[in-house]
Design a protein around this ligand. Structure first.
Ligand code: NAP
Length: 282
């Protein structure tokens, strides 16, 4: 078997067209404020890509770039001003944050109707209750990618490798809501291969290059690789040993060009949704 590609660029382009049409129907564009603290180079690239997509699709964006030594109190006060600013629909604080700042305090501070990253406790709570408002961009993008290829996880055994708050946990909840039977694996899981081998749908978000080999994948499985790593040659790669696994999987995401483009588009969708929440009561 040679797996078909789950082409995130194509799926994101289709989604972009849908969102652009929605934006054209609005009286004025929504506004997203991106807050970056410090000079982490990877964060710089992610923020730039998000701003570029805003410009392309017709969302107004603004970058607030604060120095590395910004105190938590000063960041929280900046967020309070953005919460109060009626012209701002969505607020995104790029992670990772410098060590003097507790990310949870920041996520709690963002108004729940402006929490376009979906990392805040209210957004996470609503998701867990089965009434999602803002869903974290990567898991939401993955669900959309599956839909684009008419792949339904309902009734299937889905294995999620990784349990972070921003990818693994919300993804597992979304799959459960779509009637999948879900297993979550992590670094303390014993005999990972025995678990992954049972997966009809395998999602890998561990951040470990080549963690998943061909021997760990069931024939015909759908494989979604969230990982973003650099291999020994400095080339981008995911967590899945792509070529050998492609020979057993039925569908597989490339890295790059799989989950990444869907993540950015999810953020655009969440910003448009934030605009719809404006003026509503909590
Ligand atoms: P994270 O916070 O570091 O979480 C990694 C998770 O993987 C943890 O739950 C960890 O288990 C688990 N893990 C690590 N090594 C493992 C192993 N050997 N076997 C089984 N589980 C293992 O990372 P994240 O933020 O979720 O991101 C995961 C990856 O996705 C990274 O490569 C990141 O760059 C990428 N990513 C991509 C996108 C995109 O748009 N494409 C978006 C977000 C993230 P413990 O909990 O036990 O430590």
């Amino acid at each position: 078997m040679v797996a078909k590609l789950l082409d995130g660029k194509a799926a994101a382009a289709a989604w972009e067209a849908e969102l652009s049409a929605k934006l054209r129907g609005l009286p004025s564009p929504p506004k997203l404020v991106l807050v970056r603290v410090g000079d982490d180079p990877a964060s710089g690239i992610y923020v730039k890509k998000k701003i570029e997509m805003c410009a392309k699709i017709g969302i107004t964006s603004e970058l607030v770039h604060l120095p590395e030594n910004t105190s938590e109190a000063s960041l929280l006060s900046r967020i309070a001003s953005l919460n109060a600013d009626k012209s701002v629909n969505g607020i995104l604080v790029q992670v990772p944050l410098p060590k003097q700042i507790d990310a949870l305090n920041v996520q709690k501070a963002i108004h729940p109707f402006k929490d376009v990253d979906g990392f805040g406790p209210k957004s996470m709570g609503y998701l867990l209750m089965g009434r999602p408002r803002f869903v974290a961009a990567t898991p939401a993008g993955i669900m959309r990618l599956l839909q684009h290829y008419s792949l339904s996880p309902a009734g299937r055994h889905c294995v999620v490798v990784g349990r972070s708050n921003i990818v693994g946990k919300p993804l597992a909840v979304l799959l459960l809501q779509d009637d999948a039977t879900v297993t979550i694996a992590h670094s303390k899981t014993k005999d990972l291969a025995a678990i992954t081998k049972q997966a009809d749908f395998l999602f890998v978000a561990a951040g470990k290059a080549n963690l998943i080999t061909k021997a760990m994948v069931k024939k015909g499985a759908v494989v979604v690789d969230v990982g973003m790593n650099k291999n020994r040659m400095g080339k981008s790669c995911g967590d899945v040993d792509f070529k050998p696994v492609s020979s057993v999987a039925s569908f597989i995401t490339p890295v790059p060009g799989g989950v990444g483009p869907m993540t950015i588009m999810s953020l655009m969708a969440n910003t448009i949704k934030a605009r719809e929440f404006q003026n509503q009561k909590e």
